[in-house]
Structures are given as structure tokens and as C-alpha cells.
Design a protein around this ligand. Structure first.
Ligand SMILES: [Zn+2]
Length: 310
């Protein structure tokens, strides 16, 4: 893997849009160019923006189908934003990014962040496996963030790595019905794994779908205390998430965008022991070349202006 290891190297390597384009081309076609229409490996590179397949003559922009397609912002700015975001261990809010990059517009900073957050989940990522703790966590009742969360329900899956926490997945779910829990678990955990849950009967369905199920029931009548004791790793992760939202975003995130904040938290958490921040930069760009760009309106929802994430 080829990535800059420090700020100086980053600045040297990605001083121009052409250098960024060449880097993205290599990330997108790590095993060499393959025509997206006919899978032929031969091509002519007319320019950095246009490649022609030498069999079917399909013309192709190396940035189409990526996060950077049709962006009016220079790639050097995208790269600086990616570098900055991945170098801040706890993440950064839109105002912080605006200041760090000297951006004139808060809206541009907010959009860059939201788009990059949306690329933090790798398409077709691996599922958790082995022993996995699963619980549905209510967010809310946390003082300042109570109203903001409006009591959202998050399916939290935590891989057990001996006594330690392995990889995690978090997913917003609408309810705790058997079907919802099953499909959430299928999106996060590999069949054949042992899934540890609380005693809620909604989880019973999973044994019919290839999972081993370990129900943990204790007699303590206080639900929150009880679940912290029987599923300690999930509850540790949930409290770290809440603390992160309070620390990085002062508890002010828009619930409409909660899924991308969950993605960001999971991205950072799963790479928390990574020694190289450059590797995170590489991983995020690697995802970004596989992630389609969405227009600003779709990302911002129906709101006329972005807010809350300050
Ligand atoms: Zn072709």
C-alpha cells in the first residue's frame, strides 16, 4: 500500500490535481485498468480525464462512479479534507474543518464532511464473525442530546476478541421486531457465528437462519443495569459513541444524518489501533473511488440549510 506517512510527504505528493488524479486512478484500478463495459484490460489514455477502451472504444472518465465525479471543488481540496479528517483521532466538525482548510463557506465544509462520512463504509465489507454480542441500544436520556436523538434505536454488534473488543457495526433500526432484528444481524454478522443477546423473544428467529444463539438472562429487575452486566462490550461501545458525539459535536448532530455519524464512528473505532494515520487516509480514498457521488440536496435532505453539526 502506497500512502504518505506524514504531513510533509502529503503536501509534496498531492500539490496538484494531476497528482491526485493519478493516485485515484491507481486506487480505482489496483490491478490495472479494466473496461467497465467489456472487461478488456487494454486502453488509451487520452488525458487524465478520458480513457478509451482499445476493444469496444468506450470512452470513460476515471472519476465517474466515484465520490469526486462532477465535483466543482479541486481534488487537492478533497485530498486535504480527507487527510485532515483521518488525522484527527476523534474526528472533526464542519466548523473545525472550515477553519483548518481556510474554506470561505461553511456549507462547502459541511458537504465535504458529509460526503466523506458517506464513504466510510466500504461497499461489500466483511461481516463480523465468531462470538458477537448484539443489543439494541436506545440513544436518548443523555441530558443535552436527549431531544436531538429523539430516542433512536441502534442495533449494535460487537465482535469478541478474547476479553477484548474486536470489530463493531452499528445500524439504525426502526423497531425491535423479529424481522428487523434478523435482517439487521444478517447485514452485520456472518451465519455460523454465535450471537449473544438479551432475553427478548424477537431474537429467537435467528436460529432458523444459521446462527448459534446464546440468550443471556439475569434476574436483576433494572433493565439498564442488567444488560450492562450481560452484554458488557456492547454497552461499552454505546457509551463511547455517546461520549464521542458529546466531545466532537457537543451532542448536536441532526438525527436525520445519524446513519453517517454511525458510519464515521465505526470507521474510526475499527481502526483505533492503527499506528499510521496515512493508512486511514488511504482506506478512506479507497472507499471513495467505489462510492457514487450524491447531489447536495439528497445529502442535506429537505432542509434549506445545514445546521447543528458545528
Ligand atoms: Zn471495452
Amino acid at each position: 500500500m502506497d500512502y504518505p506517512v506524514n504531513q510533509l510527504e502529503f503536501e509534496k505528493r498531492f500539490a496538484t490535481d494531476d497528482a491526485c488524479k493519478d493516485y485515484l486512478f491507481k486506487l480505482r484500478f489496483p490491478n490495472g485498468f479494466i473496461c467497465p463495459l467489456c472487461s478488456n484490460p487494454g486502453f488509451w489514455k487520452q488525458s487524465r480525464d478520458r480513457v478509451t477502451c482499445n476493444r469496444c472504444l468506450h470512452e470513460f472518465s476515471p472519476l465517474s462512479g466515484t465520490l469526486f465525479h462532477k465535483s466543482h471543488l479541486p481534488l487537492t481540496l478533497w485530498f486535504r479534507a480527507t487527510w485532515w479528517i483521518t488525522n484527527q483521532k476523534q474526528g472533526v466538525n464542519a466548523l473545525g474543518l472550515q477553519r483548518a482548510l481556510g474554506l470561505g463557506s461553511y456549507r462547502t465544509s459541511w458537504m465535504l464532511l458529509q460526503k466523506l462520512r458517506g464513504a466510510m463504509v466500504r461497499p461489500n465489507r466483511d461481516l463480523l464473525r465468531g462470538d458477537v454480542e448484539v443489543d439494541e441500544i436506545w440513544l436518548g436520556g443523555m441530558g443535552t442530546i436527549k431531544e436531538v436523538y429523539n430516542k433512536r434505536l441502534i442495533l449494535t454488534c460487537v465482535e469478541k476478541n478474547g476479553d477484548r473488543i474486536g470489530r463493531i457495526r452499528m445500524k439504525l433500526i426502526p423497531n425491535t421486531s423479529g424481522e428487523t432484528l434478523l435482517s439487521g444481524i444478517q447485514e452485520c454478522v456472518e451465519p455460523g457465528s454465535t450471537v449473544e443477546t438479551n432475553g427478548w423473544q424477537g431474537y429467537l428467529l435467528i436460529t432458523n437462519h444459521g446462527y448459534k444463539h446464546q440468550r443471556k438472562i439475569t434476574p436483576d429487575s433494572r433493565k439498564d443495569i442488567r444488560e450492562q452486566n450481560i452484554l458488557p462490550k456492547v454497552h461499552r461501545v454505546a457509551s463511547l459513541f455517546k461520549r464521542w458525539v458529546l466531545g466532537t459535536y457537543q451532542g448536536r448532530i441532526d438525527t436525520k444524518h445519524l446513519p453517517v455519524y454511525l458510519d464515521e464512528f465505526v470507521f474510526r473505532f475499527n481502526r483505533r489501533t492503527s499506528k499510521s494515520r496515512g493508512l486511514l487516509f488511504y482506506r478512506l480514498l479507497e472507499n471513495a473511488v467505489q462510492t457514487k457521488s450524491r447531489p447536495y440536496q439528497a445529502i442535506a435532505g429537505l432542509r434549506s440549510k445545514p445546521c447543528l453539526d458545528r
